[in-house]
Design a protein around this ligand. Structure first.
Ligand code: GRF
Length: 207
């Protein structure tokens, strides 16, 4: 059964585009039917329009509290009959009510090898700067299920990249992003096919 997916984006949406292209090209059993963004001018908006995908603009500051924000998000997700939520460069905390509703069916991508260089404060170029400053020779990308903690939850897929020759955070970011675009659609395809079994903190990939 194909899963109906909503992507949540704040900025450019290159991961969203990679997921949508894999889905529309028939590579994964997913229909990308919605893109939710919190910034009015998120570049992801044009990428959604170009692919005929509906969008919803949901700025957090419009809501008095988490409960009202969650109610609105859940109403949108129900209206679009969403099975699977993919956070793709979404810089706003998802309220616990929504995380709970989509437990096991909400994913995030992080541009480092979690649990290294993750958690509050590790976002955008800060992640890659910290990796560079630590003298790491590899970095990479992580797709994980979302739980109530930042950058936490069972890891579905990771891919390492060599960064020995990188001289700037931007260089690392560009190298990692290439792998993000590969593993995010792949992990979502496997999740949609029911090819992970959860065992405590681990997601075991079934063959
Ligand atoms: C990616 O590096 C992603 O891992 C991080 O934010 C960036 C978003 O890029 N969470 P894009 O909007 O998908 O182009």
């Amino acid at each position: 059964m194909r899963k109906r997916l909503a992507a949540f984006c704040s900025h450019g949406g290159s991961n969203f585009a990679a997921i949508a292209d894999a889905a529309q090209g028939g590579a994964i059993p997913v229909d990308v039917v919605l893109m939710v963004h919190n910034n009015a001018y998120a570049g992801a908006k044009e990428k959604a329009a170009a692919r005929g995908i509906a969008t919803e603009w949901v700025p957090r500051k419009r809501f008095a509290d988490d409960a009202a924000y969650a109610t609105h998000l859940l109403e949108i997700l129900a209206r679009h009959r969403i099975d699977l939520v993919a956070l793709a460069g979404f810089m706003q905390r998802i309220p616990p009510q929504v995380v709970e509703r989509y437990a096991g069916w909400m994913t995030n991508i992080h541009p480092a090898l979690l649990p290294l260089f993750g958690g509050p404060g590790f976002y955008g170029m800060r992640v890659h700067r910290a990796v560079l400053e630590a003298g790491m020779k590899v970095s990479g990308a992580t797709v994980h299920l979302v739980d109530e903690h930042y950058d936490h939850g069972p890891i579905l897929m990771q891919r390492a990249v060599a960064i020995d020759d990188c001289r700037s955070p931007e260089e690392i970011a560009a190298r990692v992003l290439v792998e993000e675009h590969r593993i995010y659609p792949e992990a979502l395809g496997l999740l949609a096919e029911g090819r992970f079994r959860l065992e405590g903190a681990r997601a075991i990939r079934l063959s």
